[in-house]
Design a binder for this molecule. Structure first.
Ligand code: FES
Ligand code: FES
Length: 190
């Protein structure tokens, strides 16, 4: 992973943005901000959160969205990755109160009407998971990467995958699944 990579494990502190004691966290409302059809968009969840509650804890404890997994809680393992305003982000290092009005996407939004998304299907087909603990992190990381108009280079793909730690699969299946997802999305790996 290159220094300065958006997938770097070192968190960016956003504490300075959380000045008020209580703010609201809202999921996306504007379909123009999403490449997905409106049916994919989750409901807005206006909630009040304590100033020091992380986004990961807000999702899991306030909204019962437990598909976002917590491993290290230090910004290292990547299991808690969600998409904030189009960027893959570690939800354990972001204060929920700093995200007033932000577009936050979680693993719960990937499937539609109970059907796996192409990305999820690629992981299933290529044995890209074993216990599945890290899988939401990989899926949300790749979902953000594959939202670009142009396909990622192999270096970019490896850089993105390096931001998530898996304890089971040995990464071979994960890489195969990622490459299959890229091929399905763009026709070929760039
Ligand atoms: S739980 Fe957030 S990076 Fe590990
Ligand atoms: S599949 Fe078990 S930690 Fe990755």
């Amino acid at each position: 992973m290159k220094p300065g990579s958006p997938y770097s494990p070192w968190p960016v502190c956003r504490c300075g943005r959380a000045r008020s004691r209580k703010r609201s966290l809202a999921a996306p409302l504007d379909p123009r901000r999403s490449p997905r059809p409106p049916s994919w968009l989750p409901t807005a969840y206006p909630i009040e959160v304590p100033a020091r509650l992380t986004l990961a804890d807000a999702l899991r404890e306030k909204l019962d969205l437990v598909g976002t997994h917590l491993g290290c809680e230090h910004g290292i393992c990547g299991s808690c990755t969600v998409i904030i305003d189009g960027q893959a982000s570690r939800s354990c290092t972001v204060l929920a109160a700093s995200l007033d009005g932000a577009d936050v996407r979680t693993i719960e939004g990937l499937s539609q009407d109970g059907a796996l998304s192409p990305l999820q299907q690629a992981f299933a087909d290529c044995h890209g998971l074993q216990c599945g603990f890290c899988t939401p992190g990989y899926l949300m990381t790749l979902e953000a990467l594959l939202s670009a108009d142009a396909p990622p280079s192999r270096e970019q793909l490896l850089d993105a995958l390096a931001g998530v730690v898996c304890r089971c699969t040995g990464y071979v299946g994960v890489l195969a699944a990622a490459e299959a997802a890229v091929a399905a999305r763009y026709g070929a790996v760039g």
